[in-house]
Design a protein around this ligand. Sequence first.
Ligand SMILES: N[C@@H](CCC(=O)N[C@@H](CS)C(=O)NCC(=O)O)C(=O)O
Length: 241
Amino acid sequence: MAATEGKPTLQHLSDSQSQTILWLLEELEIPYNLNLFERAKSGRDKNRAPASLKETHPLGRSPQLITESGRVVVERSAITAYLIETYDSAGKYKVSGSDENHDALREQELVGFAEASFNITAMTAMMFYFLKVMSPFFIRPLVAAVSTMIHVGYVDKEFDAQFKYMDGLLKGQEYFMSNENPTRVDFVMLFFVQSVYYSKVVDIAPYPNVKAWHDRCVARPAWKRAMEKGAASALSHFRYK
Ligand SMILES: N[C@@H](CCC(=O)N[C@@H](CS)C(=O)NCC(=O)O)C(=O)O
């Protein structure tokens, strides 16, 4: 991989979880290169990433961060860890607490919770959401019936337990691990919450601390700059607000 002119480079796909890496880059206020990729607008691969993302990583997904030395890093948990470790010299986004709600082990636990436990519930709900939206009208009632079964039997109970857990963690606190600034937990979690909130597969009103946290994250100037730079909201089924 070619070196990147002394700056990290983000391979960014519009309307994707890469938006949260762009947010972190803007928070860090460091120089970086931004390569924008658009989702396919029509055809068999509609909404998928372009094949050109495979030129930098075999999975062809986004985000991909190309480091200053030319190494390609994927997975947001790794990218956020790398960026904060490398560029957050003031320690604004680092976890520094020593009690069990604010230490490094808790941060690791919550990044894992976001990526594994919460993501499984969110993706199950999103899959049925997309199936309903995309299936031909004559089988849609069948898909809707199966979706309801999955929600009643699994998704809704999991969401309730997981949102209650997050709501409790955020009680009296601005961000998951800190009252000052977001940390890796917030950068990783925000996209998952946004996807289920914006597509309305869950009602987040009963979890006011999560709602307030969401609103706080998207009110940050760095998030707003990232939205402008990332060309977000191109998709009709999942609109960034
Ligand atoms: N676990 C990966 C997920 C990356 C991922 O799946 N990105 C999606 C966008 S949200 C993507 O690139 N999809 C390409 C496609 O669907 O063709 C991460 O944390 O970065």
